[in-house]
Design a protein around this ligand. Sequence first.
Ligand SMILES: Cc1cc2nc3c(=O)[nH]c(=O)nc-3n(C[C@H](O)[C@H](O)[C@H](O)COP(=O)(O)OP(=O)(O)OC[C@H]3O[C@@H](n4cnc5c(N)ncnc54)[C@H](O)[C@@H]3O)c2cc1C
Ligand code: FES
Length: 352
Amino acid sequence: MSCQVRLVTTDGDERVVTAEAGQSVVEAAKQADIILPSLCGKGTCGTCVAQVTAGEYTLRPFEDDALGSSAPEGSALMCCAEPTSDLDVVLPFDSSRLIEQAPAEREAVITSIERLTAHIVKLTMTLVEDEVTGSAAEFEAGQYMQLRVPGRADLRAYSMSNVSNWDGTLEFLIHIREGGLFSTYLDQQAREGDVLELVGPQGTFGLEENGMRPRWFIGGGCGLAPLLSMLRRMAEWGDPQETRLVLGVNTAADLFGADEIGELVDQMPELSVTVAVWHPDGDVTAQDERFEYVEGSAVDVLRNGLGSIDDEEQVPDIYVCGPPGMVTALEEVTTTAGVAPERVHTERISAN
Ligand SMILES: Cc1cc2nc3c(=O)[nH]c(=O)nc-3n(C[C@H](O)[C@H](O)[C@H](O)COP(=O)(O)OP(=O)(O)OC[C@H]3O[C@@H](n4cnc5c(N)ncnc54)[C@H](O)[C@@H]3O)c2cc1C
Ligand code: FES
């Protein structure tokens, strides 16, 4: 039996695709040349989340943290949802993010590999010019590329930390995972001049137009990468709204990207930065005077910050990126504080 799946974007664009028995929504859409956001295809990364507003479906196994416990009612992972009746699905992005062809495959040359901490590497690359896409690096702030592990078919997602540019530059902040395929390559073999294959840009995590409403960015670990990209985009455009960046770290010395964040503080008068330090008895000399340091977690800072707002107009749009458990905990805080789900934008830095 086949089912009709109605896909509606936040700006009301509507497409209907047919799902055959046993097909997921992502697979059915792909068959109709609609590429829905999806990365792992097996319920671990959370990139394919959408809201089912009518109809029935069964679910393939998935990881709880990929969805989060505070996702809006009816939320499900579209790579795991197999329709068993006609279905209405609300996609959490507008029609400009709905793509009808697979993301481009490109090549890029490594131009620098800089170790920022024991586990974090800044990788900078330049795209190789091609006939279709030219030499520019065009992407929305907050998007990611998949980088192919050299000599293998495996792809790994990494968010750009810079912004769109004409000279083809891509900058990534990469956590070296022990035993990880791409991590091992980057840690032990990668050299300037190496050419890597990339697929993208991809992803729907990015700035939403919100008038003058404040924007808060909350990150942990390499979750900083897409947040830095969005902040750099705001600095480039001179966005005037009150902006807050909250970063959760274990000790003050674990903060990376301080120079880049400091530059933004100098450029953006409305930007304030709070570093939430879990173990404050670490190295206090590592503290940067441009940032506020508080004891505790980013979750505490968000809870206290939201708790002190008494004017509805001041409730911020919130952008969260970090390890899945941290994102879920932050979502719980926003739900408890009554922040409307459409104001909360999340991306999980998960294995894929
Ligand atoms: C949308 C998106 C954007 C991302 N952006 C970034 C980014 O900007 N910077 C960045 O460093 N990472 C980012 N990631 C995470 C990154 O893609 C994964 O960590 C990737 O699997 C690492 O590849 P690897 O080959 O080194 O390790 P793998 O070979 O995939 O894994 C090796 C081992 O490490 C564990 N592992 C791998 N990744 C993680 C993880 N994230 N958390 C916990 N355990 C893990 C695996 O379970 C496995 O045991 C992003 C992920 C997503 C979904
Ligand atoms: S693509 Fe659905 S959870 Fe990863």
